[in-house]
Ligand binder design. Structure first.
Ligand SMILES: Cc1cc2nc3c(=O)[nH]c(=O)nc-3n(C[C@H](O)[C@H](O)[C@H](O)COP(=O)(O)O)c2cc1C
Length: 201
């Protein structure tokens, strides 16, 4: 499947068959993550592959908060593989401003006097992580697998469950598996609502 077809075919899948994912396909998914670009090529992330049923159920329970989904997100535990995406705020490239102008460095190298809560302090960690996971979703689609981005999660609970160090972030949980229900495409805004030319309008 070419990349255009994968982009068109991908959906959020919220129902999974128990069938496992063959090793050679898992390798392709993980290689898609590995090849993703990242700010400064730092790859400031760690992806935890979870297959144990008990752990998947606990993760699903920690994703119960989604307001638009009062029934919870139990479907996460149906998937044979759940990927938990963790980012390292310190390892990622950050951008901030001083009297000298814009500075690019890594989270580790930000001087202590810089306020990380200032409005224009920006880490690219979330972008890095999203690119890697998006690579994964497209390769998964090409392999006939469903995925779903899950950001409605209790980060503290998942960190505790999976022994994620305090200084790392858990940004996304992503179930991956085969499905019998490939939904119709969800609507998107027309191009003129999201694209403008030369200036913001
Ligand atoms: C960053 C992000 C977070 C999301 N979080 C959730 C979530 O917690 N639970 C869920 O069921 N879907 C979640 N989704 C899926 C979106 O609802 C879905 O992508 C959107 O409705 C468009 O549908 P489609 O993916 O089928 O095209 C998330 C998507 C993104 C990109």
């Amino acid at each position: 499947m070419d990349v255009y077809s994968a982009i068109q075919k991908r959906r959020s899948i919220r129902s999974y068959k128990p069938d496992g994912i063959p090793d050679e396909i898992m390798e392709k998914l993980l290689e898609a993550i590995r090849l993703a670009p990242s700010g400064g090529n730092r790859q400031p992330y760690r992806f935890i592959i979870v297959r144990e049923q008990d752990t998947k159920e606990k993760i699903a329970a920690a994703c119960r908060w989604y307001p638009g989904r009062p029934q919870g997100q139990g479907f996460i535990a149906e998937a044979p593989v759940v990927i938990v995406a963790c980012g390292s705020v310190n390892n990622a490239v950050v951008r901030y401003y001083t009297d000298e102008g814009v500075t690019l460095t890594t989270g580790w190298d930000v001087p202590p006097e810089v306020d990380r809560n200032q409005a224009d302090y920006q880490s690219v960690m979330d972008i890095d992580l999203a690119i890697a996971l998006d690579h994964l979703t497209l390769v998964a689609t090409a392999e006939g697998l469903g995925t779903c981005w899950i950001a409605a999660l209790d980060e503290h609970e998942i960190k505790r469950l999976l022994s994620v160090p305090e200084d790392k972030k858990v940004l996304v949980v992503m179930p991956v598996g085969y499905t019998d229900s490939w939904p119709e495409p969800r609507p998107r805004k027309p191009l003129e609502k999201i694209i403008c030319y030369e200036k913001y309008s």
